[in-house]
Unconditional design. Structure first.
Length: 291
């Protein structure tokens, strides 16, 4: 009798369709994780936490793929008899893998860094999660980059992190946000403490931040905001222009314009031709024209 047949008999209470899904889900040659999956499925009734077949398969296969980052590699050990421990281990292993492959410049733009603090703009969700760790900021939620992408697209998002350890615990990390819809220099940043509560410059100084440091920080952020806002404005126009040019049906235009030669007045024809020739000439004179 094969291993699968033995386990089919041993775990007869598992529905056949569910059993077959676990068999297919264990992609290892020897089906070495199959029994653990079946145990975890049966054990789900002892916990209020919802478990799905797909979720169990995904976590077990993640355990296998991340095995080099896991200290206890025996999934059948007592430690993992509680499936929740396996889930926790997989999360920690994934974090360890990301940390090992993390290249700072690929994920954050450092604006200021000295022995007292670091001020940065997260370029990726991974960078946001790493430098926003142990905060309640919505932009640092693992496994969900929607809000990070929203804040990054709509404005400037920056993190300030204390290195000295002498700030109030709720102010050791600060998040700044300024929307592109605002005018910039004359508008206030939205500022959040570690617990994602609104705060401001006065509260920051009361909780340990130096006024001169804050002047440097705010000046740097405002200058960067104006630059990025201008960049966005230019990019939006270029994107709009390219979309417009790409949508032009030149072949149809030529056919329609040719038909007008016999029906439209000469002044209209001349004016239209002049506008087109002016446009073509301006393209040729630009760096994108023929050389």
């Amino acid at each position: 009798m094969s291993k699968i047949d033995d386990l089919r008999q041993k775990y007869h209470q598992v529905a056949k369709s569910s059993f077959n899904k676990f068999v297919e889900g264990d992609t290892t040659p020897t089906k070495k994780y199959l029994e653990y999956m079946l145990k975890s499925w049966i054990d789900r009734e002892n916990y209020s936490q919802k478990r799905t077949i797909g979720g169990i398969i995904e976590n077990v296969l993640s355990f296998d793929s991340l095995i080099t980052f896991i200290e206890n590699k025996d999934i059948y050990s007592k430690e993992y008899s509680d499936y929740r421990k396996l889930e926790h281990t997989v999360i920690k292993a994934q974090e360890a893998k990301e940390e090992k492959s993390f290249v700072k410049k690929d994920h954050v733009n450092v604006l200021i860094e000295n022995e007292r603090f670091i001020l940065l703009v997260p370029k990726t969700h991974q960078g946001s999660v790493k430098y926003g760790a142990n905060t309640k900021w919505c932009t640092t939620t693992r496994g969900n980059d929607n809000l990070f992408n929203k804040y990054s697209k709509e404005g400037l998002l920056a993190y300030l992190i204390d290195k000295t350890g002498n700030k109030h615990e709720d102010f050791r990390k600060i998040a700044f946000s300024l929307n592109y819809e605002n005018s910039g220099l004359n508008d206030n940043f939205t500022i959040y403490d570690v617990k994602d509560r609104y705060t401001g410059e006065t509260m920051m100084t009361e909780r340990g931040w130096d006024s001169e440091e804050l002047f440097q920080i705010f000046t740097t952020l405002r200058y960067l905001f104006m630059k990025t806002k201008e960049h966005k404005k230019n990019k939006d126009f270029v994107d709009s222009f390219v979309r417009t040019v790409s949508s032009l049906d030149l072949e149809k235009f030529e056919k329609c314009f040719t038909k007008l030669d016999d029906t439209a007045n000469d002044e209209y024809i001349k004016e239209t031709k002049s506008k087109i020739e002016t446009f073509v000439s301006s393209i040729k004179k630009s760096k994108y024209g023929n050389k």
